[in-house]
Design a protein around this ligand. Structure first.
Ligand code: G
Ligand code: G
Ligand code: MN
Ligand code: NA
Length: 251
């Protein structure tokens, strides 16, 4: 962990890249959005997973810089894609918890999209349930502000954190992303299937867009057939892909 801190301090930008994973509408296979996922190829340590280094970066608030690097990259990428393609999927970006202690974040983000020449509607911001609950007051205020500027807001890893259920009606949200553990369980257990189905219903009743994560198999996808409008993010359709593969897809 210590060496990760050191590495984060010295090499922001170097070896970092973004992969994108499509979120697909199962009825016609249309790519509705894509999640930007950080990849870090370190010269000495090799490929590092964000699952390892993001939590470390969060402890020292280095993740604020990391998030902002990702956001800048995505804004420029979207601007370039919009020159080339008639339709560009909304790009989802993960926000780390310390971002919500930065009073300038909304202003900075608006500046970022403005400079890139894109609309806030092109960007979706993912916040985990755990972050949301740990920074409740700041999140409600900041996300409310961001949403009123036109950014889309998504509650990530829903159902696994310290429960946001009681506060769901207070949060300024456009979307729920059901954690992939629900899909895994639902394909093995009838009661878990009912739980998944109920969460889908909950999102639909609240007029929230719904993303089911972690669909890997055809039989898992089949379980979702009668659930009404939703999108799916999982290896069944696409793995997170480098830009070159994304462009082959958009072409
Ligand atoms: O593919 P995957 O291993 O990419 O990601 C693992 C975890 O790292 C996920 O929980 C994901 O939300 C998080 N993550 C991936 N990219 C980013 C990023 O750019 N910023 C933040 N804050 N988290 C990210
Ligand atoms: O931000 P979030 O925790 O939702 O990050 C998505 C993570 O889930 C990334 O690490 C991504 O690589 C991973 N992921 C996406 N689709 C699948 C899938 O179908 N199966 C598994 N095991 N992981 C997935
Ligand atoms: Mn996410
Ligand atoms: Na998630």
């Amino acid at each position: 962990e210590h060496s990760l801190h050191h590495v984060l301090n010295t090499s922001l930008g170097e070896g970092l890249s973004l992969h994108y994973q499509p979120q697909v509408r199962p009825t016609d296979g249309k790519v509705m959005a894509m999640e930007a996922l950080l990849r870090w190829q370190h010269p000495k340590l090799g490929a590092l997973s964000p699952a390892e280094f993001i939590p470390v970066a969060e402890q020292s608030a280095q993740s604020v810089r990391l998030d902002r690097w990702v956001i800048e990259q995505v804004c420029v990428q979207v601007a370039l894609w919009r020159q080339r393609y008639a339709e560009v999927p909304v790009i989802s970006i993960n926000l780390s918890a310390p971002q919500f202690s930065e009073p300038d974040f909304a202003e900075w983000l608006l500046g970022c999209v403005t400079q890139a020449g894109i609309q806030p509607q092109c960007i979706k911001l993912e916040v985990t349930e755990t972050t949301m609950m740990a920074h409740k007051d700041n999140c409600v205020i900041m996300l409310g502000c961001l949403r009123s500027l036109g950014f889309k807001i998504s509650l990530d890893d829903f159902g696994t954190g310290y429960s946001a259920l009681a506060c769901l009606h207070q949060f300024p949200l456009d979307e729920l992303k059901i954690d992939r553990s629900f899909m895994v369980e639902a394909s093995q257990n009838a009661r878990a299937f009912l739980l998944l189905k109920t969460i889908v219903k909950l999102a639909q009743e609240l007029s929230l867009n719904l993303v089911v994560e972690g669909v890997e198999q055809q039989d898992q996808l089949n379980l979702l057939a009668d659930f009404g409008p939703l999108t799916v993010q999982g290896y069944y359709y696409y793995r997170p892909m480098p830009v070159i593969e994304v462009m082959a897809l958009l072409d």
